[in-house]
Structure formats: structure tokens, C-alpha cells
Design a protein around this ligand. Structure first.
Ligand code: FAD
Length: 405
């Protein structure tokens, strides 16, 4: 089957590419999707609400080897992009942008309705297992069908969330074309720590300030809710730090967690006051007015203070040391949870293999978008923004090339 443009992968960037390409006059477009329908991951984003962008997007928000600046500039305003598809947005107090309906289905519908109207072919249950260039055309093949076009957009995502169609197997298609790949690692995922420390904390969600250290150098601090599981620290703030861990040397990294960062008054004074109001009680009872019990126990244990130690016997030096301990609970990094629990992929096609429009330098007519590029970011709508922007950039570049012919 012959088309003007093939899009391999009907996820966020593939759908953005399809509607942009059609709007710019490209006629016969096919979206080839291995799952039974397109956009399944979009429905899972933002807990079903789809945090589709952020009110402030800067190139510095993205990490990886691809220069995102020209792509972001070309894309422009995300609100207008969606309003052109008939979708309205709203922004929460943290700057995260959602569909106005707060339902991810509205985002997928916006694409699917436009695609139906535009006659863009959605070809599902179609896993591409071969990609090659022959006789002036790109060929994307399943085991029994050959799809051909002068242009291909490779938008198969990465390795994160394999149940949603993205197990990274598609990257082999590019490797076979001798395109280099930065090895994939999970990004935005829980971080494994010491099970002995974590087991008593299992199930807790504690607000605070968490800092990632690399060889005793503070790398970055995040504020938010840390969730404790039996094996890992989780929650958005931990997810954001997970992408900064060097996976070749986990043991050089650790977290310090401060569960009283927003107390407002200094902790030593509060502990002294508690010593008065709970005079005669034990250290664990003193702290129960301030901290969840398992956190209090951990701090006391780390300071070698027995839980039944009577607080009236504590001198100011001990109070100071206990306060310091509470402010910096130590969690070693033992690894990252796998791709099953990750929201994105670190790694992908590197910047030096792509031109400013995300065309593979060594293979004219082949473009790479979304998570398949070596680009990653924090939680907050950045990944989807990159997906829309990169899909639109590739489609625009293809339309420009067709115009020149
Ligand atoms: C649970 C979860 C929640 C998230 N929430 C957010 C959020 O709120 N905000 C945000 O910005 N980001 C979020 N992300 C990240 C974001 O969804 C992704 O970064 C983004 O979808 C990537 O877009 P993409 O087009 O590169 O790939 P995807 O959207 O992953 O789509 C790739 C598509 O390619 C198909 N495919 C793969 N291989 C083949 C093949 N060989 N042949 C044919 N088709 C193939 C897949 O089935 C899939 O449909 C979330 C991710 C997850 C897992």
C-alpha cells in the first residue's frame, strides 16, 4: 500500500504529526499502530486527566543530547494547537495544563475526530517489524503487509510502560539502519532503597523536602509528598530525581529527607517545648505530636535513642542532635524500579544523529519524534509537550520538503 507519509506508532507524537501533516496539505497519511487502537497511553496520562503541557516551557526543562530549542520554537503555543483541534485547556496553580474537561479521553477524541474528518488512515493491530529504503521509497513492513511512502515518522515511544505498547522493541528497526542509540534507562520511576529501613515505613505518605546526593554533593532538592513502599521511595518528587541518578554507580547516591521542612519555627525550639508539655513521657511519645510514628522511630533509631527513653533526661545537646537527625533522614539508593513502573525513558536517538527538524542525518525522509529521541524531563506536562512539538516539527519539515519538489 502506497502513501505520502507513514507514521509508525499512534501515540502522542504520532497523532500530533498526523493532524499537522494533513493541515499542511499532505494527502495520503497512514498511522500504523501495533495495539488495537491508537492513543492508549494518552488515556493513562495524568491519572486519566492528561497533564498535556505546562504554562511555562523552556528548553532548560529538558535533558538529553537533542537540542530541543528549534523544535519548541517552531511549535509555538500549545493552547492554540489544541484550540485548532477544538479542545480547550485549563491550568492548575502549579502551572500544569490539562484539558478543560479534566478527562484524557477529550484529548484523544480531539485527535481522532480530526483524523476521521481528514481521512487519515488509522491502521491498528499492525506491528512494524521491518523498515528499509528501496527504489526511492521507505517501506514499513509487518510479517505480511508492505506499506510504502517517501517519508516516515518514527514515533514508537520508548521502553516505559510496556503494557501500553512501548517495550522498546521498535528501536531495533533503527539499530538495523546503523542509527546510534543512547542506551535506555527508566525515568520518572520509584527509586529502590534499603528494604530494612523501608519495611517499617511501608504505606506512609509524608510531605517534606527530599534532596538527591551524588558523592556527598547535593544534586537537586524537590518538595512534595514522598510515598514509601516496601522496597522503594516513590511520589512525584522522587520521580523527578530518578532521572538524575547515574545508573553505573548507584552506591554513590543517597537521599536526605526532611519531613519538617515547612515547620516555620526551628525544630529545636519545638522539641524543647514538647519536652515541657510532655514532661515525663518517652522520646517516642514526645515525637508523636509532630511526626508519623514510623518516621519518629527511624529518627530515634538512627540517633541510638531508645523509644522508651524519658525525655526529661534529654539535655539540649541531645535535642540538637535529634533535630538534626529528623531533618536529614538518610536513604541509600540501591537502584531504579523497572520500565513497568516508569513514566518515560532516558536515552534514545541522540542529537548528533538528527538535524534540527528531527530528520535522521544519514537517512533522508526518516524522522524520529517523541520519547524515541534522547530527550527526557520532569513530571508536569513536559513529556507530552515534547511529543506534540516534535511530531508537529517533523510533519512541518516534511510538508516544506514536499513544497520544494
Ligand atoms: C502512566 C503514565 C502517565 C504519564 N503521564 C504523563 C503526563 O500526565 N504528562 C506528560 O507530559 N507525560 C506523561 N507521561 C509520559 C508521556 O505519556 C510519554 O512521554 C508520551 O506519550 C510519549 O509520546 P510518544 O509519541 O513518543 O510515544 P507513545 O505515546 O508511547 O506512543 C508510541 C506508540 O507506538 C506504538 N508502537 C510501538 N512500537 C510499534 C511498532 N513496532 N509498530 C507499530 N506501533 C508501535 C505503541 O503501541 C504506542 O501506541 C506518562 C506516561 C505514563 C506511562
Amino acid at each position: 500500500m502506497v502513501f505520502d507519509l507513514l507514521i509508525i506508532g499512534g501515540g502522542a507524537s504520532g497523532l500530533a504529526a498526523a493532524v499537522t501533516a494533513k493541515a499542511l496539505g499532505i494527502e495520503k497519511i497512514a498511522v500504523l499502530e501495533r495495539l488495537s487502537r491508537v492513543g492508549k497511553k494518552i488515556l493513562a496520562t495524568g491519572n486519566g486527566r492528561c497533564n498535556l503541557s505546562h504554562e511555562r516551557i523552556e528548553p532548560e526543562d529538558f535533558r538529553g543530547s537533542v537540542d530541543v530549542t528549534p523544535v519548541l520554537e517552531k511549535f509555538g503555543d500549545v493552547k492554540s494547537f489544541f484550540e485548532n483541534l477544538g479542545l480547550y485547556t485549563r491550568t492548575d496553580s502549579a502551572g500544569r495544563m490539562y484539558p478543560y474537561s479534566m478527562a484524557a479521553t477529550s484529548v484523544l477524541d480531539a485527535f481522532r475526530l480530526r483524523m476521521r474528518e481528514d481521512g487519515i488512515e488509522e491502521i491498528c493491530d499492525t506491528e512494524i517489524t521491518e523498515l528499509c529504503f528501496a527504489k526511492g521509497q521507505w517501506h514499513a513492513r509487518t510479517t505480511d503487509v508492505d506499506y510504502a511512502a517517501p517519508f516516515v515518522i518514527f514515533s514508537t515511544g520508548g521502553y516505559a510502560a510496556p503494557k501500553l505498547g512501548t517495550d522498546g522493541s521498535a528501536w531495533d528497526l533503527l539499530k538495523k539502519l546503523d542509527i546510534p542509540v543512547v542506551s535506555p534507562t527508566p525515568n520518572l520511576c520509584p527509586v529502590l532503597s534499603d528494604e530494612k529501613i523501608l519495611r517499617p515505613l511501608k504505606g506512609l505518605r509524608v510531605k517534606g523536602e527530599i534532596t538527591l546526593y551524588d558523592r556527598d554533593e547535593a544534586i537537586r532538592t524537590e518538595i512534595g509528598e514522598v510515598q514509601f513502599t516496601e522496597k522503594a521511595l516513590s511520589g512525584i518528587c522522587v520521580f523527578n530525581l530518578s532521572g538524575m541518578i547515574d545508573i553505573r554507580r548507584f552506591s554513590d547516591h543517597y537521599f536526605l529527607f526532611n519531613p519538617v521542612a515547612d515547620l516555620g519555627i526551628d525544630l529545636e525550639s519545638i522539641l524543647c517545648t514538647l519536652q515541657g508539655t510532655r514532661f515525663g513521657m518517652t522520646s517516642e511519645e514526645m515525637l508523636s505530636g509532630l511526626l508519623p510514628k514510623p518516621i519518629a522511630r527511624l529518627a530515634l533509631k538512627n540517633r541510638h535513642i531508645p523509644a522508651d527513653f524519658v525525655i526529661s533526661d534529654m539535655d539540649y545537646r541531645q535535642i540538637q542532635m535529634l533535630a538534626a537527625q529528623i531533618r536529614s533522614l538518610h536513604f541509600p539508593v540501591r537502584g531504579l524500579a523497572g520500565f513497568e513502573q516508569a513514566q518515560s525513558t532516558r536515552g534514545g536517538i541522540p542529537g548528533n544523529a538528527l538535524d534540527a527538524n528531527l530528520q535522521v542525518k544519514a537517512h533522508k525522509g526518516l524522522f524520529v519524534t517523541g520519547e524515541a529521541c534522547d530527550v527526557h524531563a520532569n513530571c508536569g506536562g513536559y513529556h507530552l509537550h515534547w511529543a506534540w512539538a516534535s511530531g508537529a516539527a517533523a510533519a512541518t519539515a516534511i510538508a516544506e520538503q514536499l513544497c520544494k519538489k
